[in-house]
Design a protein around this ligand. Structure first.
Ligand SMILES: Cc1ncc(COP(=O)(O)O)c(C=O)c1O
Length: 437
């Protein structure tokens, strides 16, 4: 094994991260190669810098004039130069500040500096690369974003285990804390290590747990850790901030877990994709938090992650990171976000209103709405009709929805103008009734 990787493994060996590292994770290190040497040169090479593989003139990267004309607010360095492997430092520190503002329960010392990854998918991917070996289990609620399975099983040969997200058999279901606990106890009695992915606001259900449920979830994880289970808990906060109900827990589960237990390594996957409405920018972040971690432990883990980034995507796009630095620093940024949130709140309220109406009541035996209070989506449970058949019938009417298996129909109300929501739902109810045998 490479001596740099060995050194990092030795640093992490006494910690849960050391025990959780996959074979790939153990082999990762950030080489003292081109990237490290050119980083050194940019600090010290005051005469000529002949290190990095870019075309430079007069100290600035050369840029095609037609492209420069399209990006007048960026220097050529910001527009076309490689970004550092771990991301633009100004953006990483700004994002760290944002995490602290949005999660008052967290202190700066509780977690690592966020590292930039090209979108949240890459955050999940990197977490699996570093901590999942073939055959390892990942516990997820049964309402989950389908790409998890592709990454876990398709790429890493891991095993997806699910627990029912909602409390069964109740008119007003909430987060199924009992099911979560049972799944953790089962894992703790069989396994030495487990990865858990928690995604709130949830895709596809649109449900975020209440504060009480969040506390119970953290306590269940601590109990499992007390039983001797090493846990990597990934908090996928893709839709963070889109909370529409006062009962929602508005802090990330990460703030409960970052310092919860020496056996719990918390990973926060979040980013600008949905939070800053820049879906195609490919800017996300991965941060770590663990009780008892020193600066050396965080450094070693971030070096592992940098090695994994360097050996896969090399770096994230630079221009989108620089545009985000300027956006996050803009004096109108917070007000702009508040006004966008209001647009989503209005759509959410309209959907709730429609679901109280006669059309919804008449179709309720066929389409049961699952609880939702946040995010982009809500889902119906299809009863006596197939979700896929309903999706196809709606498509024939020019309406796009997502069927998840045969049972669930997901509606992204985030992408429908508020005035169109009543018509959209009325079409869904009518079409469902038309499919009834
Ligand atoms: C729950 C969840 N996590 C992660 C992502 C991926 O985000 P990104 O586009 O930044 O890769 C999505 C995107 O739809 C998502 O729904």
């Amino acid at each position: 094994m490479n001596p740099l990787a060995q050194q990092l493994n030795t640093t992490l060996a006494p910690t849960v991260a050391g025990r959780l590292l996959s074979q790939v994770g153990q082999r990762m290190y950030f080489p003292k190669g081109i990237v490290a040497q050119s980083a050194e040169a940019s600090a010290k090479a005051t005469r000529f810098n002949a290190t990095v593989g870019m075309a430079v003139a007069g100290g600035n990267p050369i840029m095609l004039p037609s492209l420069a004309a399209l990006l007048p607010s960026l220097t050529s360095k910001e527009a076309v130069a490689y970004a550092p492997t771990g991301g633009v430092m100004a953006l990483r520190t700004l994002w760290q500040k944002q995490i602290l503002q949005k999660n008052p329960g967290l202190r700066e010392a509780d977690f690592s500096l966020p590292m930039v990854i090209p979108g949240l998918t890459a955050g999940i991917f990197q977490a699996e690369e570093l901590f999942l070996d073939p055959g390892d289990e990942v516990l997820i609620a049964d309402m989950f974003w389908g790409n998890y399975r592709l990454i876990i099983e398709g790429r890493r040969k891991g095993v997806v285990k699910t627990f029912p997200y909602f409390t069964p058999g109740t008119e007003e279901p909430g987060f199924n804390i009992q099911g979560f606990k049972e799944a953790l106890v089962d894992a703790a009695t069989r396994l030495k290590k487990l990865m858990v992915i928690l995604n709130f606001p949830n895709n596809p259900s649109g449900y975020t747990p209440t504060k009480e449920e969040a506390r119970a979830m953290a306590a269940a994880l601590v109990d499992a850790a007390e039983m001797g289970l090493d846990l990597a808990v990934v908090c996928d906060d893709a839709y963070f901030g889109l909370f529409f109900d006062e009962n929602c827990e508005t802090q990330s589960l990460f703030s409960y877990l970052a310092q919860a237990h020496e056996r719990i390594l918390a990973l926060k996957v979040d980013g600008s994709t949905k939070e800053d409405l820049v879906w195609g920018f490919r800017v996300g972040f991965l941060s770590f938090g663990c009780k008892g971690f020193t600066a050396d432990h965080y450094h070693a883990l971030l070096q592992k992650l940098m090695g994994s980034i360097r050996s896969s995507v090399s770096s994230s796009p630079g221009n989108s990171q620089h545009l985000l630095v300027k956006t996050l620093e803009s004096p109108t940024y917070q007000a702009e976000k508040a006004s966008f949130l209001q647009v989503m709140v209005d759509r959410y309220k309209k959907v709730k209103e429609v679901l109280e109406g006669k059309g919804a009541r008449d179709a309720r035996s066929l389409l049961r709405p699952l609880p939702f209070n946040s995010g982009y989506f809500m889902s119906f449970v299809c009863q006596g009709i197939s979700a896929e058949a309903l999706r196809l019938a709606l498509l024939d009417k020019g309406i796009g929805t997502i069927a998840i298996g045969t049972e669930y129909l997901r509606i992204a109300f985030s992408s429908v103008d508020v005035q169109d929501i009543p018509t959209l739902y009325s079409e869904i109810f009518t079409t469902a009734r038309g499919l009834q045998g």
